[in-house]
Design a protein. Structure first.
Lengths: 133, 133
DNA sequence: CTATTGCATTACTATATAGTGATATAGTAT
DNA sequence: ATACTATATCACTATATAGTAATGCAATAG
């Protein structure tokens, strides 16, 4: 096997082995996994989660942090709540949300790293075009 | 700060700190990240990626591995290709694909673990309902 | 009681895209 | 040249869902 330069590379290799061995994915499993990714496939939801971070916030606070429409934020929060990604704590009139599943930050981070790689690669390719020496 | 039981917990905490500090996410960045998750939000694409695994496969092989429609598979492969998730190597008439970005397996694995947790929790809750002692 | 506030829900429009049959194209064989 | 094969693309339908204004509803205030 080829030597890996990075920790992350080795970790991916290990996970990959496990993934290929353990899961022979049923349609239902695929739906569940895809659904989870779909939760994170809306910029508005990511914006809300990013606004929340480690803190608990009321809907009103989230509204001003995101600058978005109330009905829309409420709907997205409801979606995130049912998916178990955030939790809700009612206190009088206000509803307070916080991120319940912090693995989503790890997911986002992995994606960010990968995007940065991709972007750098493209930038280098373009640099070579315009300054081919 | 509360003591974490698991490695993954600590890693998430670290990543979380970095995430909150480093990124103050622009609209464009959010779109990019969301787009990446969207790639993985279709069961059919996950099925193709799972079929590919570590191997290179021709479209025909992918067709029989997934049992799906040719036009559909071709379209999904094109989407995955443009996203940089798979690579393509043409050889005569056949087009051979392989997974180029193996971090997607790490993403899937994280999601799978989380889903399992969630499912077990729910199962336990139901068990308590029907056998409350 | 009525008014107000904070949030959730409804009803609707607009958009995006998965799936599919038909067709196009490119490589290979004869 | 024609025929065949492997893949890609086109044109279309059907479905899902994001955004939004209007409305509902529950908790507090006066």
């Amino acid at each position: 096997m080829v030597e890996r330069k990075t920790d992350v590379g080795n970790r991916v290799d290990r996970r990959l082995d496990l993934f290929m061995k353990k899961h022979d994915l049923s349609d239902e499993a695929l739906e569940l996994i895809a659904g989870r990714f779909r939760m994170l496939s809306e910029p508005m939801r990511l914006r809300i989660l990013n606004a929340l971070g480690e803190n608990e916030m009321s809907v009103t606070e989230i509204l001003s942090a995101t600058g978005a429409n109330q009905a829309n934020v409420s709907k997205h929060l409801s979606i995130l709540l049912h998916a178990g990604i955030v939790s809700r704590r009612k206190e009088g009139l206000t509803a307070n949300y916080r991120v319940a599943d912090k693995t989503i930050f790890e997911l986002c981070d992995l994606v960010c790293d990968r995007l940065k790689d991709h972007h750098e690669t493209r930038q280098n390719a373009l640099a070579n075009i315009f300054a081919p020496k």
